[in-house]
Write a protein that binds this ligand. Structure first.
Ligand code: UD1
Ligand code: MG
Length: 463
């Protein structure tokens, strides 16, 4: 495969998005539009990637800080795609060879397409290769103008097109590969004499042909790959297209999806075989679901790990949590950052866990808050147990030993420790350490007044 560099146009505001966030930073499958394009270039084997930034430049740059391998060129004013490409060329320095120019808002472009265009540039001896497509709707797109013998003449933007040109069904995808010497020269000569008063990159086509250079076109059959995103309706459509792709990939990999069209799974999520995903599930970020797990209706799982054969019951919410093998969570459980359930642990309805570890086979069945605590293996946490981890200033830890039994409605005032095999009587407020094997009890003694209730009732009824 030949060497090439990549310029990604990502400086525009995306006026039609009506957003403060640059258009290319809006997310598709959980990652910004522009990152989809960067990944395609990288997978095609680009030597160097220059992202042209302008509107919201810092936001775009900050996003890529962790990714690495990407350079930036600043387009000071957004004067059009031709001007943006010129800024990108300046960013390429003395690079010589093939240059792919990609649009930050055409996210489905595939690595294989970029590679084949690079090959075509060389094999055809062209100065430029332009990707074209024949989508169902051509609205707002640049049209490919050909002469009677079918030879390419120029690209015309819809706003500049005659009625006849508007009827053309072949469009400009916004993806090009050019020889660097030709590109550098031609972008410096563009004019902005057109309906939008912008420097159009598309004008380099006619310029090349007029200058006696060869320009090849590459028709992309898969129209989805060419989908450009200019407004939020198209972003939503792109998301449903991507979700269908992801679901299809997962099901081919052995994942059961009961109603895939109702599920959202972000691009970087990993789901192993024999996982069952019920309707209405959302799995985002870097989440990983191991083989045999079941994810119940309405579960929302972000940046979390779910172990082999674990069951996430309906309407549970997991955020930066780790659920071990054979665990059961929910229904209606909330695992917050740092929640860690070891093998076979169980968390039931209305239990909130934060920054806490539940040991092997530990159970918290109902209505509890477990924050900043470590719970030993097989411990049983009764309904209504609260770890009082916050004194208004600092957070403190609660340690509960293996095989401990915490009676219902217990308040554990941290920092506090309950030993192995210890029992806490229901309704206790525990402020002092309970040693291994001991009973901790802090409720007041019960008093019974015989007949009192019966005496009260008639008095009330007389009124
Ligand atoms: C562009 C093409 C059009 C093509 C369509 C495909 C031009 C003149 N038109 O139109 O022929 O059919 O893409 O999707 O090229 N950008 C900058 N700086 C600017 C302006 C734009 O970096 O000054 C970036 C944008 O951030 C975007 C890309 O260039 O990522 C394309 O710009 P956009 O305004 O969306 O062009 P389209 O109208 O879609
Ligand atoms: Mg566009």
């Amino acid at each position: 495969m030949s060497n090439f560099a990549t310029i990604i146009l990502a400086a525009g505001q995306g006026t039609r998005f009506k957003s403060e966030l640059p258009k290319v930073m809006h997310r598709l499958g959980g990652i910004p539009l522009v990152e989809h394009v960067c990944r395609a270039a990288k997978n095609a084997g680009t030597d160097k990637t220059v992202v042209v930034v302008g509107h919201g430049a810092e936001i775009v740059k900050n996003h890529f800080e962790s990714v690495g391998g990407i350079e930036f060129a600043l387009q000071k004013q957004q004067l059009g795609t031709g001007d943006a490409a010129a800024a990108g060329c300046a960013g390429l320095g003395d690079f010589a060879g093939a240059v792919a120019i990609l649009s930050g808002d055409v996210p489905f472009i595939e690595a294989a397409t970029i590679s084949s265009m690079v090959d075509l540039l060389e094999k055809s001896g062209s100065a430029l290769v332009v990707a074209t497509a024949r989508p169902q709707s051509v609205e707002g797109l640049g049209r490919i103008v050909r002469n009677d013998s079918g030879q390419l003449v120029r690209i015309v933007e819809e706003k500049d097109a005659s009625t006849e040109e508007k009827n053309i069904t072949e469009i400009n995808v916004g993806v090009y590969v050019a020889r660097s010497d030709y590109l550098f020269e031609s972008v410096s000569k563009l004019s902005n004499d057109n309906a939008q008063g912008e420097y159009y990159l598309t004008d380099i086509v006619a310029a090349a042909l007029q200058g006696g250079k060869k320009v090849a076109t590459c028709l992309i059959e898969d129209v989805a790959e060419c989908f450009g995103i200019n407004h939020r309706g198209q972003l939503a459509l792109a998301e449903s297209m991507l979700q269908a792709q992801i679901a299809d990939r997962l099901m081919r990999d052995g994942v059961t999806m009961i109603r895939p069209e109702t599920v959202t799974i972000e691009l970087d999520v990993k789901v192993a075989g024999d996982v069952t995903i019920w309707p209405g599930v959302v799995i985002t970020g870097t989440s990983e679901i191991a083989a045999g797990a079941s994810i119940g209706t309405g579960a929302v799982i972000g940046d979390s790990k779910v172990g082999r054969n674990a069951t996430i019951k309906p309407y549970s919410v997991l955020e930066q949590a780790e659920v071990g093998e054979d665990c059961s969570v929910g229904p209606f459980a909330r695992l917050r950052p740092g929640a860690r359930l070891l093998t076979d642990a169980r968390v039931g309805n209305f239990v909130e866990v934060k920054n806490s570890e539940l040991g092997r086979s530990a159970k918290a069945g109902h209505l509890s808050y477990l924050g900043d605590c470590t719970i030993g293996a097989r411990a049983n946490i009764g309904a209504g147990t609260i770890t009082c981890n916050y004194d208004g200033v600092n957070k403190h830890r609660t340690i509960i030993g293996a095989d401990a039994f915490i009676g219902s409605n217990t308040a554990l005032v941290a920092p506090v420790k309950v030993g192995d095999r210890a029992i806490i009587g229901a309704g206790s407020t525990i402020t002092k350490e309970v040693s291994d094997g001991s009973l901790g009890l802090s409720r007041s003694e019960q008093k019974n007044l015989a007949g009192f209730a019966d005496k009260m009732r008639p008095r009330k009824e007389k009124k």
